[in-house]
Design a binder for this molecule. Structure first.
Ligand SMILES: Nc1nc2c(ncn2[C@@H]2O[C@H](COP(=O)(O)OP(=O)(O)OP(=O)(O)O)[C@@H](O)[C@H]2O)c(=O)[nH]1
Ligand SMILES: [Mg+2]
Ligand SMILES: [Zn+2]
Length: 292
């Protein structure tokens, strides 16, 4: 039989096929080969009535995220709260870089609008992210139409209100939500598993928050591509491999000075670039120490 894994919990994979959900396990030889099934995987499986099924084969993936572990997704709603935790454009850009790199369409959702005191800062960011081409929404009403027929993952720091938003979108879900003071204070996440739910012809997935995010980009070229407005201007740099730091006839630096590229976006780009370079240095040093 063929179906899609919609939930993974305690060694079991729940496979949906023709509107039915089957409880399955992965055969031991899967893990040995390093093929771990993920939520979102299309699989061949065996299922007998009243007994556990087995996953026999995993179909090729369109894309995959490591954290949260989920595959074959169309788009991701990145949730940022205006407060508790504070809006953080650096973290937002980390999410956007990760998603751009993976070819997953990002939607920015701002939560906890009731806690917003002064809209000036948010207006500033909204204008910039929209100009880059990102959806930037602040209400359930604006978000809902964007989810029709799509497989959407909800991601964001712990406590931003992912589960609360999903409960508003689909009240039947009744997902557990947490007290903000608890989750931030103890590094505890209320949501622990990734699972899919059906909505408007598509699927939505709640995910656990996290305490660190890796954007999985490992070169300056990839980073350049993950900032769409920088990538676009960089076509006019003299050198195709321009990193927009020290090279002559760079088109990006003047665009930042003229305000065509936002300062904070370029600062984040530079910060990520130096992180990537430092990581490489560390890797080189470590690999030198390992005897052949
Ligand atoms: N003021 C306000 N509080 C909210 C809003 N949405 C969520 N919260 C609160 O924020 C806290 C965390 O909400 P959750 O929905 O559990 O957050 P989460 O992102 O799912 O967190 P994890 O599952 O740990 O990743 C709860 O106390 C919610 O009541 C909102 O729109 N306004
Ligand atoms: Mg949650
Ligand atoms: Zn340049």
């Amino acid at each position: 039989m063929q179906g899609q894994i919609i939930k993974a919990l305690a060694g079991f994979y729940y496979v949906e096929s023709d509107g039915q959900v089957y409880q399955t396990r992965a055969r031991g030889n899967f893990r040995k080969k390093g093929h771990t099934p993920y939520v979102g995987d299309w699989v061949e499986f065996s299922a007998e009535e009243n007994s556990e099924g087995y996953i026999l084969e995993i179909h090729e993936r369109k894309n995959s995220l490591v954290r949260p572990p989920i595959v074959n997704i169309d788009q991701a709603v990145v949730i940022m709260s205006v407060k508790e935790p504070d809006f953080n454009s650096n973290l937002l850009d980390r999410f956007l870089v990760l998603l751009e790199h993976k070819g997953i369409h990002p939607i920015v959702y701002i939560s906890k609008m009731d806690l917003l005191e002064d809209s000036e800062e948010l207006d500033f960011y909204e204008k910039i992210y929209r100009a880059i081409g990102y959806d930037f929404v602040t209400s359930k009403e604006e978000l809902l139409p964007l989810l029709t027929d799509k497989v959407t993952v909800f991601m964001g720091q712990t406590g931003v209100g992912k589960s609360t938003l999903l409960n508003k979108i689909a009240p039947d879900l009744n997902l557990e939500t947490g007290e903000i003071s608890d989750s931030l204070g103890r590094g505890r996440h209320t949501t622990r598993a990734v699972s899919f739910y059906n909505l408007n012809g598509g699927k939505i997935a709640d995910t656990p928050g996290f305490s660190s995010l890796d954007y999985e980009v490992s070169s300056a070229e990839e980073l350049n591509q993950a900032f769409p407005e920088i990538a676009s201007v960089s076509r006019d740099c003299k050198f195709r491999t321009c990193t927009h730091t020290h090279e002559p006839s760079c088109a990006v630096k003047p665009a930042v000075e003229e305000g065509i590229i936002a300062n904070f976006r370029f600062d984040n780009y530079l910060q990520f670039l130096s992180e990537i370079e430092n990581r490489r240095e560390t890797y080189k040093k470590v690999s030198k120490k390992i005897p052949k």
